[in-house]
Design a protein around this ligand. Structure first.
Ligand code: PNS
Length: 159
């Protein structure tokens, strides 16, 4: 059984993330969506909230699980015996940082490879931080999020 881990901040999960998770679930037997800490970001949602939002939008993907971990991604990947870390790549601007992380993770855990899925064209510009900025200024975020979570994210960001 081939397991892949889709790591991220998911603060909150967007249509872009869901597209990558869905495509990974077709490529691997088991996909673990892992909510991890990005030391460079201050999240707006707690890890529990982020996991709950991801669970709601991935409910129909039967080989997808949602977990969290507070240590190194490479250690988690080794512990669960995953063969791949799957990430979405939006634009050239993402590449240098993602490439650096992929190399570091390979050094820390040579058993796993990082696999990049190119984002769908309609999600090229999409990021959790863009969604949060739009919501905080009262803009419409319904096109950017899976519909099951639009209301909750709006209420939470712009009460
Ligand atoms: O969605 P993001 O914030 O771009 O994802 C980055 C993330 C969270 C995957 C990365 O920061 C990470 O792997 N954090 C876990 C801690 C870790 O292993 N850091 C070293 C990465 S080389």
């Amino acid at each position: 059984m081939k397991t892949a881990v889709c790591p991220g901040s998911f603060d909150p999960v967007t249509k872009g993330h869901l597209d990558i998770i869905t495509r990974a679930s077709r490529l691997f037997d088991r996909v673990i969506v892992l909510v991890v800490t990005n030391a460079a970001k201050t999240p707006s949602f707690t890890k529990e909230e982020r996991m709950s939002l991801i669970r709601r939008v991935t409910g129909d993907l039967l080989n997808v699980e949602v977990e969290t971990y507070s240590g190194l991604l490479a250690d988690y990947v080794r512990d669960v015996g995953a063969v791949a870390i799957v990430k979405g790549l939006r634009a050239v601007s993402d590449f240098e940082y993602e490439f650096q992380m992929a190399l570091a993770n390979k050094k820390l855990n040579p058993e796993a490879d990082t696999l990049f899925l190119t984002t769908a064209a309609e999600n090229m510009y999409l990021s959790s931080s863009i969604v949060k900025q739009i919501a905080q200024f009262g803009g419409d975020i319904s096109d950017f999020l899976p519909e099951q979570i639009v209301r909750e994210v709006k209420n939470r960001l712009c009460p």
